[in-house]
Write a new protein. Structure first.
Length: 205
């Protein structure tokens, strides 16, 4: 029995729809269809039924999972750009999944409509993408910094400003003040400010 094979991933939804209306007996084999169940080409992936069968890259089903994985990689992620072709039904189905699921993950998803390469303008149209990428990089850097500081603290490392005076210098300063040298003179000898000297003496009392 003769049949049709539909291969073009961009136009195939429209072609399959037309073929489905034309026949219910001739076998139709589709490849790389993004959402055959959502477009009602088949009853289910396990049992398609009817005269249409083929393969799918599960684009729509994987959209939510991709958002979840992205959030796990960057817990502080807040914004995500979703680039899609609004004239492609499968792309729109994937966008609807991303749009509805993003808020549950604490993410703001925004669509970037691209119908053809001619629409990509690096000076204007790509600003949302660039902003999202920059935010992603900042979040990754922040997460790595926090993780690095936590690991260093577990190793016993200390952070913050180093003491302006060593313990030996503090003892010397106390001895000088005790024998009658003025704070200004002591600070000048140790090459520090008087406030630093006062703070060091108070902390060692």
């Amino acid at each position: 029995m003769a049949g049709w094979s539909v291969k073009d991933g961009t136009r195939s939804p429209l072609v399959i729809s037309a073929l489905k209306r034309a026949t219910t007996s001739v076998p139709i084999v589709m490849t790389e269809n993004l959402d055959p169940v959502g477009m009602r080409f088949v009853a289910s992936l396990a049992q398609p039924g009817g005269n249409i069968t083929g393969t799918t890259d599960m684009e729509v089903e994987l959209t939510g999972k991709r958002l979840q994985l992205l959030k796990e990689l960057v817990p502080r992620l807040r914004r995500v750009a979703v680039i899609h072709n609004p004239s492609n039904p499968a792309n729109m189905a994937a966008w609807r999944v991303a749009e509805s699921m993003a808020p549950t993950l604490g993410i703001q998803a925004f669509a970037v409509d691209i119908k053809s390469p001619d629409q990509i303008d690096t000076d204007r149209a790509n600003k949302p993408q660039s902003s999202a990428v920059a935010q992603f990089e900042r979040d990754v850097l922040r997460e790595r910094t926090v993780a690095g500081l936590a690991a260093a603290k577990r190793r016993g490392e200390r952070f913050g400003r180093r003491p302006a005076l060593t313990p030996a210098q503090v003892r010397e300063a106390k001895a000088m003040v005790k024998r009658g040298d003025s704070p200004s003179h002591v600070a000048r000898i140790l090459r520090i400010g008087r406030s630093t000297l006062y703070r060091a003496l108070q902390e060692t009392r």
